[in-house]
Design a protein around this ligand. Structure first.
Ligand code: ADP
Length: 365
């Protein structure tokens, strides 16, 4: 933790934290435990101690229960995604490296004119890898990853949302470098959220205030605890046109994440089939790549999963008694069957809308 400017002397005492998806043991084990701690346990208790420290350091006026909730439910630990797990999207990866990863790893090189953006929007059809990219950015930049879907702010956390938003930004600064990933950002920053209902209007306002404060603090124009210059709001949407104009302009970078091109689909299919028994020749693979034109990354995954069931379906009731080694390989015809059932989730018309928006407001890869 960067400690510059961090105020100490907490007033409240905070309970122990155990992030929901962490691997580990409680923060403080009883003495005399017989099993020696593993390195994962060690890592976990170091993490717990770091969170505890960060929670103490945040500004007064931030609700301790909300902080706890952020630490437990919104900070994502474990299940890391790396660049290589994501097929294709080379342009988007390069943009994210330059905009986030390098500045976070080398803040000394990225100041003044090279000051990194405080907000980046990933937009495109559903299932194209936006969430995966955000998680990879967090892994590769060694950042704390805060992940929240905007719709849960207006449903699950409704009533507590404003406190939660304040706690989210406070903890992100204290645990910097941090990525605040907001999925379905359209539901938070749409013109509708601003007008229709009082509660969601207030959450939207609070989010925009916290976000502006972050930028002002990073520029040295407001005091802050933690390291605001290394906190980025990374947001994803399948409905970029729903975001209102003012909110859209706050995203200094807007990155289009399109449907995968042929080489990307090929790489993804190869990855998916790598550990499977299959009989696809290189020509079959080429044919399959052509047949999956218009499929998103998640459509391709769904297709491969369905096709992998083909050899089992062919067994019928024999499935219960068959020797596992005797199950036949996955073949092209399994994919051809599955192509009838698993259809692309975005049609031509829908795609055109993304292309037009990207042309007007986005950066293309
Ligand atoms: P989005 O956030 O754009 O809706 P996700 O990142 O959640 O999409 O992707 C959904 C699923 O689709 C992933 O879990 C993965 O299985 C698959 N997928 C999508 N794009 C890719 C890709 N480029 N490489 C590998 N898998 C992908």
């Amino acid at each position: 933790i960067r400690t510059d400017g961090v105020r100490s002397a907490p007033t409240e005492s905070y309970p122990d934290v155990s992030p929901s998806s962490s691997r580990g043991s409680p923060v403080e084990d009883d003495d005399g435990d017989e099993t020696p701690p593993t390195s994962a346990d060690n890592e976990d208790s170091q993490w717990q101690a770091r969170v505890k420290e960060a929670m103490k350091s945040v500004a007064r006026g931030v609700d301790p229960t909300a902080l706890q909730q952020v630490a437990n439910e919104i900070v994502v630990k474990g299940d890391e995604v790396h660049w290589d797990d994501i097929a294709g999207l080379e342009g988007a990866k390069a943009a994210l490296k330059e905009a986030v990863v390098y500045p976070f790893l080398r803040p000394d090189l990225f100041s003044g004119l090279r000051e990194p953006a405080k907000g980046m929007l990933l937009f495109g059809p559903p299932g194209t890898g936006k969430t995966m990219l955000a998680r990879a950015v967090a892994t590769e930049s060694k950042s704390t990853f805060f992940s929240i879907s905007a719709s849960s702010l207006t449903s699950k956390y409704l009533g507590e949302s404003e406190k939660l938003v304040r706690a989210l930004f406070a903890l992100a600064k204290a645990l910097a470098p941090s990525i605040i990933f907001v999925d379905e950002i359209d539901s938070l920053l749409s013109a509708r959220a601003g007008g229709e209902n009082e509660a969601s209007r207030r959450i939207k306002t609070e989010f925009l205030i916290q976000w502006s404060d972050l930028a002002r603090a990073a520029a040295g124009k407001a005091s802050s605890i933690g390291d605001p210059s290394r906190v980025l709001v990374l947001a994803a949407t399948n409905l970029p046109w729903a975001i209102d104009d003012a909110a859209r302009r706050r995203f200094a970078r807007r990155q289009y994440i399109p449907l995968p091109e042929a080489p990307t689909r090929k790489k993804q299919l190869e990855n998916l089939l790598a550990a499977q028994k299959h009989s696809l020749t290189p020509q079959d693979m080429e044919e399959l790549v052509t047949l999956t034109d218009g499929y998103s990354g998640s459509d391709v995954t769904a297709l491969a999963k369905d096709a992998a069931m083909g050899p089992l379906r062919a067994l019928g009731e024999d499935l219960l008694s068959v020797d596992a080694d005797m199950v036949r390989s996955i073949a092209l015809h399994d994919f051809c069957e599955s192509l009838k059932a698993v259809r692309p989730s975005v049609g031509k018309e829908g795609l055109r809308r993304f292309e037009e928006w990207a042309e007007r407001f986005g950066e293309r890869v």
